[in-house]
Design a protein around this ligand. Structure first.
Ligand SMILES: [Zn+2]
Length: 265
């Protein structure tokens, strides 16, 4: 009997839940990000993973650098398949880096490990509210010297793919916040990323800025889109002055260029 009541309750909730597939916007592509608004009682699974629904019903999902050709999205039991556009990634060969920046020593590995721990900690969901602007803007003026996803061969050694874009410009060129957010990390002299800033844009979305010369913000500062946050430098692993801008949804990398071309919400 109890079991029957339980089933009835389940049935009732199934009726209340929307059976209309929600609008999902963004880029169904590698490095892409999609968003939408549903209700907090709805259930949503993307690629067989339960997706977090924030308090205002917003959800956000990133595909990462390598993804299958299709993705299944299941909304309140309704399933749909979407195609994911795959990208061809360039092979980028960079020579002339100091040897230790490609093959670090034991002590340097300890430093790298502690840097990475700090960065990983900062990637955990911060603000559960949306802070980001509808559309991202470029954080600096300059030449696009590196694109998202490239395979990297540094001093002839294969290394991790490039999880961001590089903007090359004169040392001291100003860097602005590409979107509103809260400063989550300010770190000087990291082994690879040099002087580094991480901004939390809310709902798990964040930006990392690397190789800076000056930093003009402090941890916990709220910065608006367009606010000056620092200047371009060549600290950390860099062969010339440039800004490395990476975007992550927690630990999944996002192509920053996708955010420059799509309106979020
Ligand atoms: Zn870079």
């Amino acid at each position: 009997m109890r079991y029957l009541i339980f089933l009835n309750i389940l049935f009732f909730f199934e009726i209340v839940k929307s059976k209309v597939f929600p609008d999902i916007s963004g880029c169904f592509c590698e490095g892409g990000i999609i968003t939408g608004k549903i209700s907090t009682d709805d259930s949503l699974k993307i690629d067989d993973k339960k997706v977090k629904i924030f308090e205002d019903g917003r959800f956000i999902f990133a595909f990462g650098r390598k993804f299958k050709k299709n993705v299944d999205i299941v909304f309140n039991g309704l399933s749909r398949e979407f195609n994911i556009l795959d990208k061809e990634y360039r092979i980028e060969r960079i020579k002339g880096l100091p040897r230790n920046k490609v093959e670090p020593s034991k002590e340097e590995l300890d430093k790298i490990f502690s840097d990475q721990k700090k960065i990983k900690e900062s990637k955990k969901v911060g603000s559960k509210k949306k802070l980001f602007s509808e559309k991202f803007i470029l954080p600096a003026k300059g030449r696009l010297s590196g694109v998202y996803g490239s395979q990297r061969i540094l001093n002839a050694k294969p290394r991790r793919p490039h999880n961001g874009i590089d903007i090359a410009a004169k040392e001291g060129t100003k860097i602005i916040a590409p979107s509103t957010g809260r400063v989550k990390l300010v770190a000087k002299n990291m082994f690879f990323t040099g002087n580094t800033i991480i901004i939390d844009h809310g709902l798990g979305l964040l930006s990392i800025f690397a190789h800076l010369k000056d930093i003009y913000v402090n941890e916990k500062d709220l910065v608006s889109q367009g606010d000056k946050i620092g200047t371009i430098g060549m600290t950390g692993r860099a062969t010339g002055p440039h800004l490395h801008w990476g975007v992550y949804l927690e630990n999944t990398s996002v192509d920053p260029e996708v955010l420059l071309n799509f309106k979020l919400f």
